[in-house]
Design a binder for this molecule. Structure first.
Ligand SMILES: [Ca+2]
Ligand SMILES: [Ca+2]
Length: 284
């Protein structure tokens, strides 16, 4: 009997162990390079040259399933789905939660997470948030498009406010085409950009590491995060609820790091294998 109880307890531990496993992250290697960051209009100005070292970026936004693994393991707190701390948009107004069921599929991007929660998750998987410069460099992918992967074929490349959302709620600027989704789509539902990155424009906007500065004057030119502004943190890429302009590769916004929204999530970055190995060797 005692043996059976011990075996049952071990089984529970094993189940807990499986549940706590780190989720698979689909990494994309981003080559080092130089690019012109920004656009002519504020707050995306001035356009300035930035050199970015090689790094890796997750091909998709972090999903509910991936985030839940960190909640199950202990380090992460749950997304603010029911506690009235998530701002939810119905197409006309913003009100505090709860998050509608339509958003909660395991393969949908996690939303209702603060910048701090995004950082905690990134730490847990041995990653970090991308810098704003890394994010824009990767969204552009060496091309000159307005949006990640395209100039005009928006509804095949990005889930933004579209004709379908307009038909349902109306009242604001949307793409003229139907992109197939009123709210969030499963990550990777649209075409990727030239470097194989999905949803850089649209689906959910993404927290990055940088604090907010309203101009790029004196921004770092080496691809690193700009962390002496604030207290807001930069968000990038636009979302299902926002006009196409928000999804342009140069467009930048910000929010309070402890607020959570149903159109705001994140993706992950990390240094390339060679840099991670060198750090490990130094620690030994
Ligand atoms: Ca849409
Ligand atoms: Ca996105």
């Amino acid at each position: 009997m005692a043996q059976r109880a011990a075996a049952a307890a071990l089984g529970l531990l094993l189940v807990a162990g499986v549940a706590a496993a780190r989720p698979e992250i689909p990494w994309v290697s981003i080559p080092a390079g130089q690019f012109e960051m920004g656009a002519e209009q504020t707050p995306h100005a001035p356009v300035h040259p930035v050199g970015v070292g090689a790094f890796e970026l997750s091909a998709t936004e972090v999903t509910f399933a991936q985030y839940q693994a960190c909640v199950d393991a202990g380090p992460c707190t749950a997304p603010h789905l029911e506690d009235g701390r998530c701002w939810v948009f119905d197409g006309r107004t913003w009100t505090p939660g709860p998050l509608p069921e339509d958003f909660r599929r395991p393969d949908a991007p996690v939303v209702c997470v603060t910048w701090t929660q995004a950082r905690t998750f990134a730490d847990w998987v041995g990653a970090r948030l991308p810098s704003e410069a890394e994010w824009e460099y990767a969204a552009r992918a060496g091309e000159a498009h307005r949006f990640a992967g395209t100039d005009a074929d928006l509804c095949r490349y990005a889930n933004l406010a579209d004709a379908r959302l307009s038909a349902q709620v109306g009242g604001f600027t949307t793409a003229a085409c139907d992109d197939g989704h009123v709210f969030t789509a499963a990550v990777g539902s649209y075409l990727p950009n030239a470097w194989g990155l999905y949803d850089m424009s649209g689906n959910v906007a993404e927290w990055v590491e940088d604090t907010w500065n309203p101009f790029y004057t004196s921004a770092p030119l080496d691809g690193g995060a700009w962390t002496d502004g604030g207290p807001g943190r930069v968000t990038r890429g636009g979302a299902w609820s926002e006009s196409p302009m928000s999804g342009e590769v140069a467009a930048r916004f910000w929010d309070e790091p402890e607020l959570a929204y149903d159109n705001l999530g994140f993706r992950l970055a990390r240094d390339p294998m060679s840099a991670r190995e060198a750090r490990r060797r130094r620690r030994r």
